[in-house]
Ligand binder design. Structure first.
Ligand code: E4P
Length: 217
């Protein structure tokens, strides 16, 4: 399973890029707003740090506008992945960009039928939003499972990118459900490594090792 970081904060990307866990970056208009920075500058800077896929989202809602914005975004760097909303215009733009060999990420996917259309449009990634479904008492993880089944039934190559992840359990459950990628906020990435028994066990080993008086070096 690939790990993308869901952020427009340069410091977070710089922290995770050298760890070997970072397989890509996703941004969206809300994350750009939160960064307080110019979108083109941020995406350019992210692409200077990593050559992994970096999702940059169009703002236009119409087909022609999406394609014009995609032209600008894809010129930033070869690893820019054009993020489009799962609407009729977004799907149409996806089909066109796919024919041009451009990588795409279809965002705001909330149903299996939307995911089916995304795969038929030839998208590189589909982004089902787990957390936002859970927020309204629906089952985000069931959607990942359903999309996995449908894509496997037909051999669709679109990768399932579990998005709107809020907890460490979302990450492991998405892995169990067969998601290809999880895009994870930095705060949740930090939590994945922690286990109280690891901390307790290490404390005991450190104490016992010190009492042996030995040194490996
Ligand atoms: C990533 O591609 C999505 O835009 C992001 O995961 C949405 O997360 P949110 O529902 O927490 O805003």
């Amino acid at each position: 399973m690939k790990f993308f970081i869901d952020t427009a904060e340069i410091a977070e990307i710089e922290k995770w890029a050298p760890t070997g866990f970072l397989d890509g970056v996703t941004t969206n208009p809300s994350l750009i707003k939160k960064s307080g920075r110019d979108m083109i500058e941020v995406i350019t800077q992210i692409c200077e740090i990593t050559n992994t896929p970096v999702s940059a989202e169009v703002a236009a809602l119409d087909y022609g506008g999406m394609l014009k914005e995609a032209e600008v975004l894809k010129k930033i760097a070869p690893n820019v992945c054009i993020k489009l909303p799962t609407t009729m215009a977004g799907l149409h733009a996806c089909s066109t960009l796919t024919k041009q060999g451009v990588n795409t990420n279809l965002t705001l996917c909330f149903s299996a039928n939307q995911a089916l259309l995304v795969a038929k449009a030839g998208a590189t990634y589909v982004s089902p939003f787990i957390g936002r479904l859970d927020d309204i008492n629906l089952d985000g993880m069931q959607l990942i499972e359903d999309i996995r089944t449908i894509y496997d039934n037909y051999g669709f190559e679109t990768q399932i990118l579990a998005a709107s992840i809020r907890t460490p359990n979302h990450v492991s459950d998405a892995a169990l459900a067969g998601a290809d990628v999880a895009t994870i906020p930095a705060s949740t990435l930090e939590k994945l490594v922690h286990h109280p028994l690891t901390d307790k066990g290490l404390e005991g080993f450190v104490k016992d090792w010190a009492s042996t008086g030995q040194s490996i070096l």
